[in-house]
Ligand binder design. Sequence first.
Ligand code: BGC
Length: 914
Amino acid sequence: MLSLYDLTVEQKTAPVGLDEKQPAFSWKLKSERQDVLQKSYRLTVSDETGTVWDSGEVQSEQSTFVCYAGAALKACTEYVWTVEVSDGVETARAESRFETGLLDGRAFEGYADWITHPLPAEEASSPVFTKIFCVEKEVKRARLYATALGLYEAELNGQKLDDTFFAPGWTNYKKRLQYQTYPVALTHGVNELCFTLGRGWYCGKLGFDPQPNNYGDRTALLAMLCVEYADGSTDVIGTSETWQVSTGMIRFSEIYDGETQDTTAKEQPLGMAIRYEHGFDSLIGQENEPVRCLMRLNAQQSFVTPKGELVYDFGQNLTGWTEVQISGKPGQILTLHHAESLDENGNFYTGNLSFAKATDTYTLNGEKQALRPHFTFHGFRYLWVEGLDEGQEAVFTACHLSTDLKQSGSFECSHKLINRLQQNIQWSQRDNYLDVPTDCPQRSERLGWTGDATAYSPTAAFNENILPFMKKWLRDLYSEQTPAIGMPQVVPNIMGVGQTGAAFWGDVATVLPWTLYQVYGDKRVLSDQFDSMKIWVDFITAQCGENGLWQTGFQYGDWLGLDAEVNALNEPRKGATEDYFAANACYLWSLQIVVDTAKLLGKKEDEAKYRALREKVLAAFRAEYVTATGRLVCETQTAMVLALHLGLVEEKHRARIAAMLKTNIDAHKTHLVTGFIGTPYACLALSDNGMHELAGKLLLQEQNPSWLYEVKMGATTIWERWDSILPDGSFNPANMNSLNHYAYGSIGNWLYTRLAGLELLEPGYKQFSVKPQFIRGIEWVKLRYDSVYGPIRVEWSCRNKQIRVEVEVPANTTALVTLPEKDETVELGSGVYTYEYAAETNLHLSKYSLEMPLRILMEHPIGKPMLSQYAPEMAGNRMLEYVIDQPITALLSYAPQIQPLFEAIIGAMNSAEE
Ligand code: BGC
């Protein structure tokens, strides 16, 4: 039977408060028949009065992002929409609903005033605004529309309105401020509406050197409750000078520093609210999903550190806060400090928090209490508690907070450490997606760093549906751009307009919309962002010299790459790749995206203009950076990776550069030394240039620097630096050393697209390819991805001389499947397909190999004795000390005749292991 499911409007299920004027509808098809493709659809939208739009029957396979095209939608109105689909064999029908928001933020005007409290602007405590009102008639429907300068939590009759946090979210408040819509259930008789405000991102401290008042210096509230009665009459209760203000129990709150609550304090009335001038022009409906508590974790253990701190370990580095349940003494003070790690001596470690205090303090009232903060969050795994009495019981729960995005991807394989790596990737994503895509959740930063998003977004889009979340952020990004700066380095931009766009960071303006379009197939992302893309590339063009290349101004370069000795600027945080090599490579990448976007949008003039420009820049790039015989003037890993991955060199030079890249990686003993710019593409470039096995070795590398080094060191999230914690357990001394940064999690993209082998061919995965690419050491992979058309599944195994591949193709899509060890590619329609056949490949990887450092053999209980027995002279040779940390293969290049002996010893070591 054909059925429809997962009906969404703007990727949200039955949204309330939608402010898109022409919202886009999507649905998914399901059938047990194979090869199902939609042939036609018919959409209708109706309100109480009847049908407001009927698309008529449309012959089309389009089942995603069909835009509303009826008469203008009315504000604050519930609509029912239906879709009827035919696949040529059967028809199916389904219905869902949505409710519009105010559609124009100025709708508050005349019904509600901005109000503030009478306290001094710099007041740290949280004001509480209250309104008591009476409901005397039967209510048909009630909606609260609310926002604040600062953060707010709302309660009706003592109950928090919903399960979301950090409203109104973080946007470029100067131009865009979201309001939220809440369906509310009023009580017949007296009702009390209550709002508590915190300083939050609006006037709280932000930045490296945290400064307050980035948008304004005082908190304020705007709300209106719209009530429709059963008799058809309506009422609006808006914020005004008739609202009461008091001090509540929150005495202090700052995002970085934490929150202080005095639960013994009685509410102090402060008088009436004061009208505040702010205007309504910047108001917009909530665009992305809200922040919620996604998980609650109990402490796994508690202990006292050598310094005497009582510490609880939640076993997982996360973003959120701690909830405490306790019966205390009246006036007892409990202080909760948060940190990501212990130091090498086992003491609570706050050295990497920069200026953030990450401390919550509660004065208890003597009753049984459950307490949590409201307007702060911490990045932590460990909790240090001060103020508990000997033997006093308390339960501490870590609440994991993140923007509540739908998980769309999962990846699992036969290698336990890789599975932990994938979990770490997903944790760091959720930990850093708190309303905006941030760099880290623990130190005094937590900003929307653009470069991190460039590096990580393709991986992110596999793991979660990031479309509404990123669309909101891209709108802020565009709103922060000017021709003079091109691109801000953080969005929302609290670093001021003095900082101009830097390569790779700024390229998020092109790369992210393009990625979103590819993954979800929503073309509006491109049309909405096209001007923003152009501002960025035009800015770069304006920086270029006569040779047509960008070779001036500030760059972050290959940030945190490990191959620099000390570069010209004495900046130890940058890799060795020449800044402007990378800058021009990224410029060419962005230009290509602008050309492709212009083409898609039918903007012929732009297409021709930017195509010609790109050709000129490419020629200049080659003249400057590629020798006539096909070497790069900058032969770092990152430079070569970019040249290959972005297709910047002539085809005839590709092989030579690939070979040089391999030489470089070999010289680093199968390690990457790439930073933010090179790392996301390194394994992709290798796999796509005939060196997939080498990519696999980098993935499975366990020595520092590598992905699995972190995992083996106990990481539960992705670290900012390859070597955030050094092999001896000490911290990389830099205070800029977060244990929860997602940029290097970008290896996820390679796991999903190359190792598992799922790649999109047409936007939204309307058509995709499945081409598993084996590596030794991984014998099976299971991947699932919930595309906008439905679930795609790729499972493969290669063990016991058998290959098995299972592929699920959702309805209304097709797949091109290339089976391992077979040459042909088959095209499949929807359905589930299983292939089993004899394998030539053996993916089993023994623990010990010729690629390991000699030291492992010499320190093994079988290794050294065997070497001493069969080659006593060699075993006793003092020169071995000089090569002890080199791979055995390196020794064999000097003395190939000893290979059989080493193979025999390693064979014996492996047998003992198995
Ligand atoms: C952030 C980064 C960011 C960088 C700029 C850091 O402090 O945490 O992830 O991209 O600055 O280079």
